[in-house]
Ligand binder design. Structure first.
Ligand SMILES: Nc1ccn([C@H]2C[C@H](O)[C@@H](COP(=O)(O)OP(=O)(O)OP(=O)(O)O)O2)c(=O)n1
Length: 195
């Protein structure tokens, strides 16, 4: 079952679902979702001097990403073909019986701006800000303004709560993330990691 606006408000009120901060609840809560805003930090990929991305080498990844900060009210210009990591302004806490999916907004989609390339699932148990995979699929640069509503979260109630929710106990690598975070694929057991 997908949560309606009334269900979302009830879960927020009960406190096990957290979306914080919400400055204007009437503006952010939609009929079956809650709008999330663009944060002020961005991670941009540096194309120069990189022969190839080895996703399993975390130390290398830090060499080819550059962090930038754009205050609310200023613009971040997303050029055609760009791929940058952004973040939601809001921190979320997803209870063990809900699955959240992060989706774009139609108004941004109509400008060819997408907010995730492939990763749309926010797991039961997840706590933190959400990393956005921002791309401009169009032909004209688009100005994004931190603080603008850029994505929305939809919540699905599961048949039963997860036995092992996302989190510290299972060593989940993005638990508690703040700001946009680059890939931590090297933490996967397939690549010799433990998460
Ligand atoms: N656009 C997204 C999608 C997800 N997440 C966060 C919330 C998810 O609960 C967490 C992990 O997402 P995935 O399970 O899709 O990613 P991985 O499988 O790579 O991570 P893990 O091995 O930790 O499950 O990352 C995020 O910040 N931004």
């Amino acid at each position: 079952m997908i949560l309606s606006d009334a269900d979302i408000l009830r879960r927020l009120e009960e406190g096990d679902l957290v979306v914080d901060p919400i400055d204007d609840i009437d503006m952010q809560v939609q009929p079956a979702s809650i709008d999330l805003r663009l944060g002020t930090e961005f991670l941009e990929f540096q194309r120069t001097n990189i022969s190839c991305i080895h996703p399993n080498r975390e130390d290398e990844i830090s060499k080819y990403v550059r962090e930038s900060h754009v205050p609310e009210g200023d613009d971040f210009i997303l050029h055609p073909g760009d791929f940058v990591l952004g973040t939601t302004k809001e921190r979320v806490e997803i209870p063990a019986d809900l699955l959240a999916t992060v989706e774009g907004r139609s108004s941004l989609g109509r400008l060819a701006v997408v907010i995730h390339a492939t990763a749309g699932i926010v797991d039961p148990g997840y706590e933190g800000q959400i990393t956005l995979e921002l791309s401009n699929l169009g032909t004209a640069p688009v100005a994004l303004t931190p603080g603008m509503r850029i994505s929305q979260l939809v919540f699905t109630e599961m048949k039963s709560p997860a036995d092992r929710p996302y989190g510290v106990e299972r060593g989940s690598k993005y638990q508690g993330q703040r700001g946009p975070q680059a890939s931590r694929l090297s933490s996967d057991p397939e690549f010799g990691g433990t998460k």
